[in-house]
Ligand binder design. Structure first.
Ligand code: 3NM
Ligand code: MG
Length: 521
């Protein structure tokens, strides 16, 4: 059943008048009216306690307000209350009254929304005539701790895809942990080519805000505008084989030299100097600036940011978040290097914080780091991922980078003897580099710097797609290492026997051409 009037679900406010959310000295009606002034498009009255008469009175008073703004009022769970006040509809969870009975009681014209956290629940609700779905829980939230499943943006995307494939045009919002910092990224990452979300449902980010009108206005603006970071992200899918990629590599490297993009590194104590020199060597302009407040200005200079959490501490983490937001707002690219991600509880938590603070264009790490990022998803989110204790074979590594890149809608690089790179669709293995890279500090970190230069330059000049730029940076860096190893080998030969050299990992020489292949799914 489709409701005769198309409802605007853009910014859907779910109320909560508990002390923890609303606070002791504010009242529900004032806060909801402020939110309506700020642009909320649907209101759901959600009260988990209270007598029926009290609830009816509340709903009636609230309906008086929402009607003045021409915004529908829905009641959580309580069909009787909705009938009593004659408001626009109800929202039911999976454990509430079944949809057919609700429809019978309310009639064909009222709005009925249903919570869905799985594809099955979503399909069933669509088949039975739900007007919209509340899909969640996207991210863990203190507002509702008994939620059934945390599904992340990827879970929402899967549900959207499956209901579209089944031919349903039921409207959708997502719910759980949505706020002004993550709303654009959530929209971007939830977006299925088959079906887009119609809006987001929010409790605490509006109800607990000091200024509900201002935050609603801001949220509405963020939802209805294209995020700066999403401009020009799409790759050229016709460049999908190794040969076509390699053909583009020289132009990317040349373009970096011609444009001298800023490579803004927030990096660890060991590699500050090395990374700055590598940035210069690849033709970029380095700045090593760890103070987050500075990023708003630096982000305007047309460069890219590297967040390397090799020396993470609480103030560093806050600085990363500020810089990430600033670069996202400017639409400038960000490379994330989750150094030592799995090593300590602090670092694992930091990964979650960074993932939930903004959009990362590229995530680069070794096997352990990429596994940790894959397992983390988002701050406090339940872990549902790869087993980080086993070592992956080539096929599994290719699957891992593809899955993480598809989930984050970005580019993922897994470094190792063979590197794996994917944008979620196209996946490549690269066999360049040299064993010496593993014997020098900061080589992984400065690969991040090299990648930042290539994607910054790509954006500054348009043209080449992001995945190709990342691969160009890897080839540039690793072939340079192969060449650099030659004089070193010659020098070492005076000092060591060939047996000793073998033990040092001095491999027999050495391709100096790209060694890259594309991997089919
Ligand atoms: N329902 P906040 S999550 C009411 O997953 C509700 O069905 C959820 O609160 C679900 O916006 C949730 O403060 C609470 O995170 C959302
Ligand atoms: Mg319920």
């Amino acid at each position: 059943m489709t409701h005769p009037i198309k409802i605007d679900y853009t910014l859907y406010l779910v109320t909560d008048s508990t002390l923890a959310i609303l606070g002791p000295d504010r009242d529900l009606y004032t806060v909801v009216e402020q939110a309506l002034r700020g642009g909320v498009t649907v209101v759901q009255l959600r009260e988990k306690t209270g007598d029926t008469a009290e609830l009816v009175a509340k709903a009636r008073k609230l309906h008086g307000i929402t009607k003045r703004y021409g915004v529908p009022l829905l009641i959580n769970d309580r069909v009787d209350v909705a009938l009593a006040v004659g408001c626009e509809g109800v929202h039911v969870g999976q454990d509430d009254m079944d949809l057919a009975t609700v429809r019978k009681l309310l009639g064909p014209d009222k709005i009925i929304g249903v919570t869905a956290s799985t594809v099955d629940e979503a399909l069933r609700a669509c088949e039975r005539g739900a007007d919209y779905l509340g899909i969640g829980t996207v991210y863990a939230t203190p507002t509702k701790t008994n939620t059934k499943e945390i599904i992340g943006a990827a879970g929402v995307r899967e549900i959207l895809t499956k209901i579209a494939e089944a031919g349903h045009n039921t409207q959708t919002v997502c719910i759980g942990g949505v706020n002004e910092l993550n709303v654009q990224r959530i929209f971007h990452q939830c977006h299925s080519p088959k079906k887009a979300l119609d809006g987001v449902a929010i409790v605490s980010a509006i109800m607990a805000a000091p200024d509900p009108e201002a935050v609603s206005k801001k949220l509405h603006g963020l939802i209805t505008s294209e995020p700066a970071f999403a401009a020009d992200l799409g790759g050229n899918q016709s460049v999908a084989d190794a040969r076509s990629v390699v053909d583009l590599v020289p132009s990317v490297i040349k373009h970096v030299h011609e444009t001298t993009p800023l490579s803004h590194n927030m990096t660890n104590l060991v590699v500050q100097n090395i990374a700055a020199n590598v940035a210069l060597a690849v033709g970029a302009s380095p700045i090593m600036a760890g103070y987050g407040e500075e990023a708003a200005d630096l982000g305007k200079l047309g460069g890219a940011l590297v967040i390397n959490m090799g020396s993470v501490d609480p103030s560093g983490l806050e600085n990363y978040q500020k810089a990430l937001r600033a670069y996202n707002q400017q639409g400038r690219p960000v490379v994330y290097d989750p150094v030592g991600a799995g090593a300590t509880a602090i670092r694992r938590a930091a990964v979650g914080t960074i993932l939930s603070s903004g959009y990362l264009d590229v995530i680069k790490g070794n096997e352990g780091e990429i596994k940790t990022v894959f397992n983390t998803q988002e701050q406090e989110e339940q872990q549902r991922g790869v087993d980080s204790s086993t070592t992956l074979d080539a096929t599994q590594k290719a699957q891992l980078v593809r899955a993480l890149a598809a989930r984050e809608k970005n580019v993922v690089v897994l470094t190792g003897k063979t590197d794996f790179v994917s944008d979620g669709t196209r996946t490549f293995a690269i066999d360049n580099g040299h064993a010496y890279l593993g014997m020098v500090t900061g080589t992984g970190c400065t690969l991040g710097t090299t990648i930042s230069a290539a994607i910054a330059s790509r954006k500054a000049g348009g043209g080449v797609d992001r995945l190709v730029a990342v691969i160009a940076a890897i080839l540039h860096f690793e072939i340079a290492a192969e060449i650099a190893a030659v004089p070193l080998l010659i020098g070492l030969k005076f000092r060591y026997s060939s047996n000793e050299l073998n033990q040092l990992g001095a491999l027999p020489l050495i391709p100096t051409t790209p060694s890259i292949c594309d991997i089919q799914e």
